[in-house]
Design a protein around this ligand. Sequence first.
Ligand code: AMP
Ligand code: ZN
Length: 132
Amino acid sequence: MSCIFCKIISGELPSYKVYEDEFTLAFLDINPVNPGHTLVVPKRHVTNIEAVDEETLCQVVKAVKKVGLSLKKNLGVAGYNLGVNNDPVAGQVVAHLHFHIIPRLAGDGFKLWPQKEYGDGEAEAVFAKIKI
Ligand code: AMP
Ligand code: ZN
């Protein structure tokens, strides 16, 4: 077992456990964007959001909501960003599905992604390909 998050789940590696239940573990990110930055993971090793079964995903999202409420109530932050880097091209370094919960402070300088504009016909073309 080489996955560092599986090692955290098993207790082989230490972590600050913010929340735990049968399906999920939430622990502090070791290099936070802001204090309280928490990762929520399924206890079952799955690499990404396509690999996780829906029941487990629902449990993870429920845990995300619980941790978010705790951040708001106990850190006094007014909001937070949720993020999943899904696959290496998207910046996923640890290949065990995890939700980042990033507390936001006014003026903290954390920047969201830059945005572009669609060229002529580009929105229609991509829409036709991905519409479910
Ligand atoms: P990602 O780039 O989405 O895969 O994010 C992986 C996150 O895991 C990074 O934000 C790291 O700071 C965090 N991380 C790596 N090792 C540990 C660890 N041992 N304990 C807590 N967080 C960790
Ligand atoms: Zn794992």
